[in-house]
Design a protein around this ligand. Structure first.
Ligand SMILES: NC(=O)C1=CN([C@@H]2O[C@H](COP(=O)(O)OP(=O)(O)OC[C@H]3O[C@@H](n4cnc5c(N)ncnc54)[C@H](OP(=O)(O)O)[C@@H]3O)[C@@H](O)[C@H]2O)C=CC1
Ligand SMILES: CC(C)(CO)C(=O)C(=O)O
Length: 312
């Protein structure tokens, strides 16, 4: 099979799923979207993606509810927030048959292990996304910047798919790279998400304000250093200079509200379990503690509960 024949189902037509699904449509691939609150809107009005890569308006769109019967696709791409992961296996069950590739785009740690356990007959691959994209309305996505996908397979079966996926995404205008070690790739992504997603909520600040202020930046650096300790404890040490480079990239970034800040402002549940609790659990298994990361997780849980309960 060549990449030209690959078909995709996107589970979760939000900031990330809407963006990559749109790019794959532009690349000429059949894409089926599963949407939630805006499924009727997308059916009636299509999917809009505003992007520096070129604005797109797709109409008609092959869009479904999760409860609908869908034609089978070669790949199912998970683009839900991890706050929905208690439902993920049930949502995926009708979409996955033996051999269907599961490509997980979510932020966090250990999702692929859990998927591989639930779907032992499917290759599971992580697509780690360096993307700045927001859902700004029903069926409407605003892509602000970036888009690189780092493909990292859960096992050798997934590895065999990586070149085809890279070709498909690259031919759709997406920058791609591959990472042989899923664990390393996941910890490298956490080195950004753990400091900046959490601090953006706790300090009510975007990335530029965090980087410009000496105290906020010191906190970000302390958290990043602890993530490096965690990564090393789990057998995925960072290369020398990696965290320094990450800080430089963040400094050069378009001022950005990380996804957790947007969730907080919209009073949506925060992705604390997979972004903070799973990494803390994995390092604790190895007898290591990350006190600053633990502290930030406690604060985020408090704020998240209060935010959604509407208290002060
Ligand atoms: N946005 C970004 O730039 C980046 C995001 N990520 C990660 O990607 C993941 C997705 O984030 P993001 O796209 O921003 O989140 P969004 O909230 O924008 O998108 C999630 C989508 O899933 C839909 N959804 C929720 N429940 C269901 C369901 N039961 N069936 C079908 N669809 C459902 C939501 O619909 P509705 O709104 O109607 O509930 C929403 O459109 C997260 O783990 C995030 O951390 C990683 C890198 C960058
Ligand atoms: C690193 C970044 C900003 C983009 O991929 C992200 O993961 C997020 O906003 O959660």
């Amino acid at each position: 099979m060549t990449s030209q024949t690959l078909s995709f189902t996107i589970l979760g037509t939000g900031a990330l799923g809407g963006f990559y699904g749109s790019r794959l449509l532009v690349g000429g691939f059949p894409v089926r979207f599963i949407a939630h609150s805006d499924v009727d809107y997308i059916r009636a009005h299509g999917l809009r993606v505003d992007s520096p890569l070129g604005d797109q308006h797709h109409f008609p769109v092959d869009v479904y509810r999760a409860s609908d019967a869908l034609p089978q696709s070669d790949l199912v791409c998970v683009a839900l927030k991890t706050t929905q992961n208690h439902r993920l296996v049930d949502l995926l069950r009708p979409l996955v048959r033996p051999g269907t590739v599961i490509l997980n785009f979510q932020n966090g740690l250990s999702m692929e292990e859990e998927l591989a356990e639930a779907f032992p007959e499917s290759p599971v691959i992580a697509g780690l996304c360096f993307l700045c994209s927001n859902k700004v309305g029903p069926g409407h996505i605003a892509h602000l910047d970036y888009g690189l996908v780092s493909f990292a397979p859960q096992d050798a079966r997934g590895q065999a798919w990586v070149p085809r996926l890279m070709e498909a995404f690259a031919s759709s205008g997406i920058k791609v790279e591959s990472f042989p070690s899923l664990l390393k790739a996941r910890w490298r992504k956490l080195a950004w998400n753990i400091p900046f997603n959490g601090l953006s909520v706790l300090l009510d600040a975007n990335t530029d304000s965090i980087m410009a202020d000496p105290d906020a930046r010191a906190l970000a650096e302390q958290l990043m250093a602890e993530v490096a300790t965690g990564a090393a404890a789990c057998g995925a040490p960072f290369d020398t200079g990696f965290t320094g480079k990450l800080l430089e990239v963040t400094e050069a970034m378009t001022p950005y509200a990380p996804s957790m800040r947007l969730d907080y402002l919209a009073k949506r549940e925060l992705e604390i379990a997979f972004m903070y609790e799973r990494p803390l659990r994995e390092v604790a298994k190895r007898g290591v503690r990350l006190p600053a990361v633990e502290a930030i997780a406690h604060q985020l849980r408090f704020l998240d509960r209060r935010n959604r309960a509407g208290g002060t």
